[in-house]
Every structure is written in structure tokens, then in C-alpha cells.
Design a protein. Structure first.
Length: 349
């Protein structure tokens, strides 16, 4: 849903009637997750999607009907249904799509404006949509009680995070495609001539020593840290801090030889840590454990063969996504079974 919120809010502010279709249930293989949304204006403009493109034509018509009627409904598309076959849903799954009008001055329009505002400030929230009964289509923001069986709760405002250490050209490319993929990106580098908002549009830019930033930043399992500096005085302390954190992914750029040298530096610092040496942040250093080093992805990225900053960025982001989903990163043509892992969910995050 977060992908369409800026446009939806723009339409709501302008008083334009539109409809929003939201994927509210998935069973089996399907290309999108619960919460994926599409909006259609009264003039026929479309943004977003709820599938891989196979049911969008039918959903589009349902949205136009919702604008005309002012009524919400839930439509089911499944591989075994004649309607699903006619619109091309051949992935083997069954999906339910909530289609609801968002008319000027309505509660739904006010919801869209509030959701977009909070999302823009990365404020975590829940949005519960009723999918059964007389109030089908009604939404509740930050509902405290657990949703009923006839409701779907979507978590917003907390996209996966990517921290880029080093404001280098590879970081420019990686920042751009990661933002397009829905990630919140932070670039940290002590060199203010490189760490500028102009070079990294849409990202948070921090001028600071990376290890000091990482030691104080909010880092969790949905955070990826990519060290791209090629500078030992920056990347070794940054890696130490990243590996000591809860980051779900830690990768560092460089050749295999550079990686071996980097491991030697980390080991040397770890040996010195037992003697009570002090890090640049003023805190006592802890040895880098073997378990922590096993988490380190180096050389960073998947083997795609590209060399340009954009191709390299694609390789890195592909590895991050594969790690997040516990996937192999292999060619789909070499695997068997469903393309999309089966999902049975009515709660999205």
C-alpha cells in the first residue's frame, strides 16, 4: 500500500474521487503480498497493482464501478474459477481483493491523508480494513483491539532499512534502486563534500564517522548495512559496529584479497581489545566473534557479472532481498515448484 499513498493523498487533497483496491487475503502462490494496492481515478488513471498484472484489468473495472456506486466489495480470484482463468490468474493461488471508493470528504479520504503523512515520516502504524459485514471497506487506524476474523490489519510506516557506509558512486546507484524498491535509505560518511542531499535524493544523509553512527542508530533484523568505502580507517570500525548490531544483513565491497586483509585487521583489533584498548567512539572494543564474521557478506552481492555502478547495485540489492526472504538467489529456471512461495496470510507488514 505504501507505494500508492503519495499519489492517493495528492488525489484526496485535490478532491478527486477514486477507488482503492487492496489485496486482503492470499492462499497458495501469488506474486504480491497482503496489503498490495492499486488506485484508479474517475478519469481512469491507474497506479499500483495487486498481482503480477493478471487480474488488474478486472480489478480496474471493479474500481470504476465502486466510484459510480459508492459501495465497497470483496472480489475473489482463484486458479480454479472461470473468471480468474479469463483474466489470466494462472499462478495457482487464490486472492481476495477489497475494492472501495475514496470520495471527496469521506472517512476513507481522511484516512489516506493521515496514512500518507505518517508514512512520509516513517511513523509505524496499523490500518485495519473490514472485509465482511455491513461495514465492509471501513478502515481503522491504530486499532488497539485484535482484529476480528472479518478484518485485515496492514502495518505501515516501517519499511526495510538500508544503511550505506561511504558516499561513493556505487552508493549513489544503490540508494536510487533501493528507494525505488521501497526501502528507507541512510547514507553516512564523514566527508561532507561527498555526503550531500543533492547526490542522494530521497535518502537521509548523515555526515559522521560511520562506526559512531552505527553504534547509536536504531538497527534491527530488517536493516541491511552495506560498507562501500574501500578505506580501512572507515570500513573496519564500521564493520565492527555493524556486526555487533542486530542488522539482518552486513556486506562489504572489495576483492577477495581485500577481504582477507580486512579480516586480518579485524582479528588484530580483536586481539588488542582484550588488552583494554579503546575504539574511536570512546567505548571499550569487544572482540569480533567467529559467529559474527559468518554473517559478513564479502565480496558483496550476487554473481551477475556486471561492472558499472548500476549493475553492481543491482547485484547487491538482489543479495539483500534473497537474504530477507531466505531464498537461494539461484535461477528460477533451475528450480522446481511454485515461482512464489505459498502464502496463507491476512495480516501484512
Amino acid at each position: 500500500m505504501r507505494g500508492i499513498l503519495p499519489i492517493a493523498a495528492e488525489w484526496a487533497r485535490a478532491g478527486r474521487p477514486f477507488a482503492m483496491a487492496t489485496l486482503v487475503a492470499v492462499s497458495g502462490s501469488a506474486p504480491r503480498e497482503v496489503g498490495a494496492s492499486l488506485i484508479v481515478s474517475a478519469e481512469g488513471e491507474v497506479f499500483g497493482n495487486v498481482s503480477g498484472g493478471c487480474v488488474e484489468g478486472a480489478v480496474y473495472e471493479q474500481c470504476l464501478q465502486a466510484i459510480r456506486s459508492g459501495a465497497a466489495s470483496v472480489e475473489t480470484f482463484g486458479y480454479s474459477s472461470a473468471e480468474a482463468f479469463s483474466v489470466g490468474l494462472s499462478c495457482g493461488g487464490v486472492i481476495d481483493v477489497l475494492v472501495r471508493p475514496v470520495l471527496p470528504g469521506s472517512v476513507a479520504a481522511r484516512d489516506v491523508l493521515l496514512l500518507a503523512e505518517r508514512e512520509a515520516h516513517a511513523m509505524q502504524m496499523t490500518y485495519t480494513l473490514l472485509v465482511e459485514g455491513a461495514d465492509v471497506g471501513r478502515g481503522v487506524i491504530d486499532q488497539t483491539a485484535p482484529p476480528s476474523s472479518g478484518a485485515v490489519t496492514i502495518t505501515l510506516g516501517s519499511p526495510p532499512r538500508l544503511i550505506l557506509v561511504g558516499a561513493v558512486e556505487f552508493a549513489v546507484a544503490l540508494s536510487r534502486i533501493a528507494i525505488a524498491a521501497g526501502m528507507r535509505v541512510t547514507v553516512v560518511d564523514p566527508r561532507e563534500v561527498f555526503a550531500t542531499a543533492a547526490r542522494f535524493p530521497g535518502a537521509d544523509v548523515v555526515v559522521a564517522w560511520p562506526h559512531r553512527y552505527l553504534e547509536s542508530a536504531e538497527v534491527d533484523a530488517r536493516t541491511a548495512v552495506c560498507v562501500l568505502t574501500h578505506d580501512p580507517k572507515l570500513d573496519v570500525p564500521a564493520l565492527r559496529a555493524a556486526l555487533a548490531s542486530d542488522a539482518g544483513y552486513v556486506g562489504v565491497m572489495g576483492s577477495r584479497q581485500a577481504h582477507e586483509e580486512r579480516l586480518e585487521r579485524l582479528a588484530a583489533e580483536s586481539a588488542g581489545a582484550g588488552a583494554g584498548s579503546v575504539s574511536g567512539s570512546g567505548a571499550a572494543r569487544q572482540p569480533v566473534s567467529a559467529e559474527q564474521l559468518e554473517r559478513l557478506r564479502s565480496p558483496i552481492g550476487l554473481d551477475l557479472g556486471g561492472r558499472s555502478p548500476e549493475e553492481t547495485a543491482l547485484s547487491i540489492l538482489a543479495e539483500i532481498v534473497a537474504d530477507q526472504h531466505g531464498a537461494s538467489g539461484r535461477r528460477l529456471s533451475e528450480l522446481s515448484g511454485p515461482v512464489h512461495r505459498p502464502l496463507d496470510a491476512r495480516v501484512a507488514s
